[in-house]
Design a binder for this molecule. Sequence first.
Ligand code: C2E
Ligand code: CA
Ligand code: CA
Length: 538
Amino acid sequence: MNMSGDEIRAGLRNDEFVPLFQPVVTLNTGEVAGLEVLARWQHGSLGMVPPGAFIATAEQEGLISELTFGLMGKAFTAARMLPESQWLAINISPYLLRDLALPKRIREAAEAAGFPLSRVLIEITESALVEHLEHAQTISRELKAQGCRLALDDFGTGYSSLLHLQSLPFDELKVDRSFVGSMTDRRESRKIVSAVVGLGQSLGLATIAEGVETEEQAEMLLLLGCEMGQGWLFGKPIAAERLSEALTTRTPIRLRPSSSFWRNISYNSPPGQRLSHLQALYDGAPVGLAFLSPDFRYISINQQLAEMNDVTVQKHLGRHVSEIIPELYPQLESHLRRALAGESVNAMEVKQPATDRQHDEAFLASYLPAFDEAGEVVGISVAVIDVTARKRTEAALRESEDHYRHMVELNPQIPWVLDDNGMATMISPRWQQITGMNEEASRGRGFIRALHQADQKRVAETIEHSLRTGDPIDVECRVRTCDGEWRWIRSRGAPRRDESGRIIRWYGSADDIDAHKRLEEKLRSRAGEENFPCSENV
Ligand code: C2E
Ligand code: CA
Ligand code: CA
């Protein structure tokens, strides 16, 4: 449907043109950032006529100015009820950009309605700029000077867009709905939206995606770093009388972590920043990192991994993994293929058998597929940790633990360790063999319970004394054996101190001195027997 000039004149006379308002939403909060004014003709007999039916004719017939300012006045008046944070976007026809008085007329319209210019966003379409770039520059500079902001509308549909972006002081970029509408099924559209958002970010412009109809589109836009969205998902254009309905906060777009985009696109950071961040990570990471092409050639590699491979960074680039590490490649190939198929391979152990020069080496390698916006694997991210030293330490530790266990277990003595409070933290397994009291029960001061009641107090006091003075522990006492007998033991220990001289632990051991004790007793009693008759004789 195309309306004639005369019909439009009649419509203007009858004041039949009205503004509708469509919300523009901040994607990650769901809040209404502003509203775009869209023209409608409330025709007496045809009902609501869309702008596609009259804007072009109005431009050709020289009626667009009257139409625009009529709408603008109504829109500004209605928009007075908007919260202060929300702006109003006005579409300006290319024809009006020839008129140098445009900024002044907009100012007057806003002032007449009492709407601040700082909350006015002027939308200019690309096609509008081609022929009148100089005029457009003058006008846009003036608009900016009076506080308005500028958006480049329908970006991507016109031509020489980059020239416009560079020559005019835009604040916002509107991604045309033709790309947004097809971005969830068409890889090319997705690439274009991604590129436009990236371009906007690197130029410091906020991006508004038009024609957002589904959650899926909104989520994808958010992940691509797009700030704002406009479309039926958030609300259709509504009349001034229903404006208050459009202002309520909507639910923010939620990112589903399962989304394949999630992992690969860092949210909201400009590509330049992303790159420097990655570079810093690469150089500074204490792990070997590389990125492989789908045919397993090194696209990039950091110094650490280059050193592990014993080949310079430069020599890696463009070469196949099998050329660089031929002896490991057979171990790796199947895992690289898994990553290429989209699977994550985590912390896989790789062994480098000993050569005549070197010992065995061990690595942990992870291969993660890197996806593009279309969900295709475009390469493999490699991370490698050299665990040779750790493996060696582990083996040495195992061996020394083994030594220790043998020493303790086969030792006829009973080694023990007390902490700085005199609490037992370790008692040799021999103790359990002798007393039947297990390690758990012996810990702390538990071991005292295995002692003869007549010795318990003395042993405790000896320990307390040594703790106080630092004198070596040396005490004899009787312990109850599994068979219910009493055996004499002698327990001796010395403190270990830290650098400041503070006692941190006591190390010692107990010996079975029962035989010795009995012999002593026997000798004593025999001496007694021998002496007694003598004394009796005395
Ligand atoms: P535009 O500036 O790109 O406006 C957005 C158009 O997309 C509007 O169509 C809007 O109703 C429509 N739209 C919004 N969300 C969705 C969505 O989710 N899906 C789909 N399929 N469409 C959506 P409308 O109102 O018919 O306006 C068409 C064009 O007419 C506008 O495109 C704009 O270029 C022009 N226009 C509208 N009002 C004015 C005006 O006051 N002055 C001038 N010069 N041009 C205007
Ligand atoms: Ca627009
Ligand atoms: Ca548009």
